[in-house]
Design a binder for this molecule. Structure first.
Ligand code: FMN
Length: 380
């Protein structure tokens, strides 16, 4: 019998067994030397909490709001590409699990299941993440599709105007779907549960792109299209144009500098995500938790500030909120759950984090997320 799953690390271990190496590497890697990826985790671990006793904090709750939406936990699922390769129909399963749990789900532009697939599978609105690409007509169509699907917020990712290099993806020849070479087929066959799931779904490609861009119908045309889509010229005029075109709630993700955060607010951000893309873009950048306080100080009174990067527990959520975040986004923690156990794994990951946050709040002497503040940190 499998021992009980008591922490995200348990899901992580099972994830590594059940998902093919190519996609584990894609998830776990950071860019170049992975120094920023490591720093995200190390800097969380360094922060100490301030214990209080006999505070009479019965009847507490982790319920709060993000973007004005009620959430059972101040954690939204971050946009993660290729979820449908971590588990068959991964985006649909993760969306369902998150929305049932009462937290937001963000669908990546680079998802396997399309916006329409997810909308048909869930009963509540989800969020859609947009990359700023050169093909503005395609962006307009994506925005219109997200509106038609009833998405309640657009998450605009600003830190991927070029792509950070991840060595293992190149060495593994990462592609969606994997190329049917003998080497790949032997490796995939070592993961029968994964193969069985994939054999039972028809969703094996980038569902938001293939068939929606003229001339992109297969792997090679998709690779060529993607490569030419990164736009080094990305600037705040593009952001303002997207804001006008979307017209709804807009989250700007990938900010590490207070001046950039200020500019995001001026361009109409409803929330700003302090993020280094999970250590996958600028290697050498600081951890997101280390720059959070300065950014929260600068814009926290005008718009919601969230954080992602390195969140693996309820204690991490509390630390981020204590340092000025209104909520966090979770990336790898929920992917581990999805790859390990499908939808049930995503629910397990969220429940583990919820319970950790709840108990940690009690041990720090607070009853609600709104009461969490810097005094909960042990900074002497
Ligand atoms: C495998 C993987 C794929 C990702 N894909 C996207 C994406 O498509 N769009 C995006 O804005 N961010 C993407 N991110 C970044 C996440 O949204 C988030 O910023 C990051 O995962 C947070 O760090 P954490 O994994 O330590 O929680 C991805 C991250 C990972 C690990």
């Amino acid at each position: 019998m499998m021992p009980p799953i008591t922490c995200i690390e348990d899901l992580h271990r099972l994830y590594r067994k059940r998902v093919p190496r190519m996609f584990v590497d894609y998830c776990e890697s950071g860019s170049w030397t992975e120094s920023t990826l490591r720093r995200n985790l190390e800097d969380f671990a360094r922060i100490q909490l301030h214990q209080r006793v006999a505070m009479g904090v019965g009847g507490g709750t982790t319920t709060t709001t993000m973007l004005g939406e009620k959430v059972s936990l101040p954690v939204a699922l971050a946009p993660v590409g290729l979820l449908g390769m971590q588990h068959a129909d991964g985006e649909m399963l993760a969306a369902q699990a998150a929305l049932d749990f009462g937290v937001p789900f963000t669908l990546s532009t680079m998802s396997v299941c399309s916006i329409e697939d997810v909308a048909a599978h869930v009963q509540r609105p989800f969020w859609f993440q947009l990359y700023v690409l050169r093909d503005h007509a395609f962006i307009e169509r994506l925005i219109d599709r997200a509106k038609a699907a009833g998405c309640s917020a657009l998450v605009l990712t600003l830190d991927l105007q070029v792509m950070g290099q991840r060595h293992r993806d190149i060495k593994n020849g990462l592609s969606v779907p994997p190329k049917p070479t003998l080497r790949n087929l032997i490796k995939l066959a070592a993961h029968p549960r994964w193969c069985w799931g994939m054999a039972r779904t028809r969703r094996h490609r980038f569902g938001n792109i293939v068939g929606h861009v003229e001339g992109v119908s297969d792997m090679s045309s998709l690779a060529a299209w993607t490569a030419e889509q990164f736009d080094r010229g990305l600037n705040w005029n593009d952001v303002e144009w997207i804001k006008r075109r979307w017209g709804g709630k807009l989250v700007m993700k990938g900010v590490l500098d207070p001046d950039d955060a200020r500019r995001a607010v001026d361009c109409g951000a409803d929330a700003v995500v302090v993020s280094n893309h999970g250590g996958r873009q600028l290697d050498g950048a600081p951890s997101s938790i280390s720059v959070l306080p300065e950014i929260a100080q600068r814009i926290g009174r005008e718009c919601e500030v969230w954080l992602d990067g390195g969140v693996r527990s309820g204690q991490d959520v509390l630390k981020a909120i204590a340092l000025g975040a209104r909520g966090v986004m979770s990336g790898r923690a929920f992917v581990y759950g999805l790859g390990a156990l499908g939808a049930a794994g995503v629910s397990t990951a969220l429940e583990l984090i919820r319970r950790e946050l709840d108990l940690t709040m009690v041990l720090c002497g607070v009853r609600s997320v709104e009461e969490i503040g810097r005094r909960l940190l042990h900074e002497r």
